[in-house]
Design a binder for this molecule. Sequence first.
Ligand SMILES: C[S@@+](CC[C@H](N)C(=O)[O-])C[C@H]1O[C@@H](n2cnc3c(N)ncnc32)[C@H](O)[C@@H]1O
Length: 238
Amino acid sequence: MAAGGRDNSYYCKNLLKSNSMYTYILNTTVLPREPECMRDLRLLTDKHPEGFMQSPPDEAQLLGMLIKISGARNTIEIGVFTGYSLLATALALPDGGKVVAIDVNRGDFELGLPFIEKAGMAHKVDFREGAGLDRLDELLVASVVEEEAGYDFAFVDADKPNYMHYHEKLLQLVRVGGTIVYDNTLWGGTVAGAIVPTLDESITDFLREFNAKLAADPRVEVCQLAIGDGVTICRRLI
Ligand SMILES: C[S@@+](CC[C@H](N)C(=O)[O-])C[C@H]1O[C@@H](n2cnc3c(N)ncnc32)[C@H](O)[C@@H]1O
């Protein structure tokens, strides 16, 4: 603590100390700007028995912003569910942009598809059913023909124990200078010792290991955000 009582430690920059702070952010900056089609899809998904899986609105806003700032055109999403983050991605992509959207479960994607269609975004979505690692292997085979990594952006929101395997494949698919975003990297704070009985502890260990490996990976620049359940942004360097 510095003279005068001001806390100059980095801890004072962690603003999200309360639900009221989060509610303030949602009500001030996020929800008033949430497109109607996304709001409708979010509210439908809230009624799904596994609705807790959908990305929160502030995170979807971040994804859209990253895609627009970086000018991404070709993107990959692993973990679609009903498509909330997918719709945010499609809306942020320019005309002619595409997102390869991968999920083991087509049924949940089809629940959200009418919202994507109504928003006029279906032509940007290339849904591929199946396990993320298998579908990425297919993209890798296709990319060998094209010789250069052709994707600008990827969002990984499924299959946490395999995050390191996704990372290795995405580093071949996403071009140098491109962005790879991983969701849930703080896993309810359990990576730093929080006790959350509803969360699978084995995933905590995987994510601790993953976070440490990313932090030491010279092939990417890394930025850890305390948005949602923890979002890690990587920029490919080499
Ligand atoms: C957290 S949800 C994704 C949420 C979504 N991004 C959103 O904003 O609503 C995780 C999804 O990953 C899918 N999934 C689980 N294991 C997978 C795997 N190995 N490959 C691809 N998808 C998988 C599940 O079916 C589920 O729909």
